[in-house]
Every structure is written in C-alpha cells, then in structure tokens.
Design a protein around this ligand. Structure first.
Ligand code: CA
Ligand code: CA
Length: 170
C-alpha cells in the first residue's frame, strides 16, 4: 500500500527534475538547470566552471536516462520516473549519488568554494532552490547540512543529502 503522502513527494521530485514543466524529464531540463545556476551566480557558460557544469549536467542526464528511459525515446515520462527511477534509486542510493556527483561538484565550484571545497550555507540554499528543491526545504536542508555550524557545507555532506531527498525514502 502506497501512501498518498509518498505519492505527493514523488510528484514534487518529478516536478523538480522537470525544470521546464513540459511533463517529461529530458536533456533540456538538465542543461536548463545548468544555465539557471550559471545565471544565478554570474558565471559565463564558456568559462572552465561553466563547461564543467554543462558536462556534469549531461552526465547526470545520461545516468538518469540509463536508469529510467525504458522505451528509449530520450525522455523520462512520469510513469517511467515512478516505476523505474524512484524504485531503482531508492534501492541503490549510492548509484544516484554517483551519477549526480559530477554535476553537484561543478555546481559547488560555480557557487564559490573559495578553494576549501565548501560553500556558504546561504549559497547552498540558492543552489538547491534552483534544482527544484522547494525554497523552505532548501533553506532548512542547507542549515541542517552544516553540522559543525561554521556556516559552510562541503561536497561530502551535500551529495548524500541530495541523493536522500531525490530518492524519496518511504
Ligand atoms: Ca521537461
Ligand atoms: Ca521514455
């Protein structure tokens, strides 16, 4: 028996990936997220950081398509997401972290790591909000990630938290 709360969370995660809201998750949603992140932080697309972010977005899309695009039409329908992606990623959260990591790593670089690999909590919240995490959740999550309270969050904390959010524990 699947609870309606669970289904509601799945719908919210689908909407988070479907950045342009056309009812499918496809490559444009990932490149669109990269573009929005670069705009938010004023980083040129042609810069090294911009190119790394687009490469990470493409790898993220390829990984998701490999898991969920069962009919091979280069887009993930809501049904493919629910029956394929959510279940497989929930069974194997490490796999999700693996396919999302290059994109998240590049996103942290764009948000500004000051060379120490960590980003200000306020900037993490901006990144999460752009990736479709609701703003309230993004702010709370960013603060919660900062375990030692120094106002900064690193990749080692962000990647597993992002995976937990998007793989929707029941
Ligand atoms: Ca879409
Ligand atoms: Ca498909």
């Amino acid at each position: 028996m699947v609870s309606s709360e669970y289904e509601g969370r799945i719908a919210a995660r689908f909407a988070g990936f479907d950045q342009d809201g056309n009812g499918y998750i496809d490559r444009q949603d990932f490149s669109g997220a990269a573009k929005a992140l670069l705009a938010e932080f004023g980083t040129p697309a042609r810069s090294d950081k911009g190119q790394a972010l687009y490469a990470g977005a493409e790898a993220f899309w390829q990984g998701m398509a490999g898991i969920a695009d069962r009919d091979g039409d280069q887009r993930i329908s809501r049904e493919e997401f629910v029956t394929g992606a959510v279940k497989r990623l929930r069974d194997n959260p490490d796999r999700f972290a693996e396919i999302a990591r290059p994109f998240l790593h590049a996103a942290l670089d764009v948000a500004g790591t000051d060379g120490d690999g960590a980003v200000a909590v306020t900037d993490i919240a901006r990144v999460l909000a752009l990736l479709g995490v609701t703003e309230t959740v993004a702010r709370a999550a960013a603060a919660a990630l900062d375990g030692d309270g120094d106002g900064r969050v690193g990749e080692a904390e962000l990647v597993p938290a992002f995976a937990r959010y998007f793989t929707v524990p029941e």
